[in-house]
Design a protein around this ligand. Structure first.
Ligand code: PAF
Length: 296
């Protein structure tokens, strides 16, 4: 595995792999502090590509002024061990100065897909994500790029960016990886106290119970689904709801309150953002109501 820190070294390492015929190239962009979710992305990339490139870069552009950019967890040595174990070939770890040697005047923005859910709570966040991911795509020129569905809105936004800008890369969305007790893996889980972590299990439980209620025909409208999600979450005294939403996926259009879930075309997403102490967690479930309806 080669570790490169400058864009010049990255281009050289990629050129070497391309000259050797080690294509297609799979790319896993990350902000480090890797966990089993990232490991699953590297493995998927390895199945689909001959060269696996991973980037580790805590991108200041996607953090708001009062967010955790400075304190975001970092552990390069552990990250490199995991990357090597899982089969990455090239790891790109640029400094902020290397990525942004001058103030960034050019921004990539995906309009209406970034104004709801996390886009509403974290203004500017998705512009930071799409700007850095476009820059990384230009540097790596991957055939495939791998992202976890825990950040489902990010997947929807990046797919749209790739389509709108005719970028020659396929976005591969990979399933959410959970702890045995249901907590979705996130680098930010490290911030949770023992009690907060226990109470955070309510997120996956609310999604599971609401999905089961929909499948059993006990919950039929979007309003009922939102209410059930919120009422299960509210059984945790530490939980402070940021949003509980049910939308089309990947279009991210809100389902009208009284509309029947079973009438929705294509996939829908139940998406949550909830704070436990100072830690904001997200979780979601994407499914096709027509298939569920056929089961009922
Ligand atoms: O999902 C992440 O870790 C980040 O948003 C990404 C895609 C690496 C961009 O900084």
């Amino acid at each position: 595995m080669r570790v490169v820190r400058t864009t010049k070294e990255l281009r050289e390492a990629l050129e070497y792999m391309r000259m050797g015929g080690h294509t297609p190239i799979g790319f896993v962009p990350t902000m480090g502090y890797l966990h089993e979710g990232h490991a699953s992305l590297i493995r998927r990339a390895g199945e689909m590509s001959s060269t696996v490139v991973m980037s580790i870069f805590v991108n200041p552009l996607q953090f708001g002024p009062n967010e955790d950019f400075a304190s975001y967890p970092r552990d390069e040595r552990r990250d490199l061990e995991l990357a090597e174990r899982e089969g990455a070939d090239i790891v790109f770890i640029p400094s902020v100065e290397e990525m942004y040697p001058q103030p960034v005047l050019t921004k990539v923005s995906v309009g209406a897909l970034t104004t709801q859910l996390c886009g509403a709570s974290r203004p500017g966040h998705f512009d930071g994500v799409t700007t850095v991911v476009s820059k990384l795509f230009h540097l790596v020129q991957p055939d495939y790029a791998f992202f976890g569905l825990k950040d489902a809105q990010q997947v929807a936004v990046l797919r749209r960016m790739v389509s709108d800008l005719s970028m020659n890369v396929e976005i591969v969305a990979c399933p959410i990886v959970r702890e045995g007790d249901g907590l979705a893996l996130s680098s930010r889980n490290v911030y949770l106290s023992g009690e907060e972590r226990t109470q955070a299990l309510v997120l996956s439980r609310s999604l599971r119970e609401t999905r089961q209620a929909i499948e059993a025909g006990k919950v039929t409208t979007a309003d009922e689904a939102r209410q059930l999600l919120a009422s299960v979450i509210s059984t945790s005294p530490l939980a402070v709801i940021d949003y509980v939403e049910i939308l089309t996926f990947p279009g991210l259009e809100a389902l009208e309150g009284g509309s029947l879930i079973s009438n929705a075309e294509g996939e829908i997403i139940m998406a949550l953002a909830v704070k436990f102490g100072r830690t904001r967690l997200i979780d979601n479930n994407v499914f096709t109501p027509k298939e569920v309806h056929a089961l009922v």
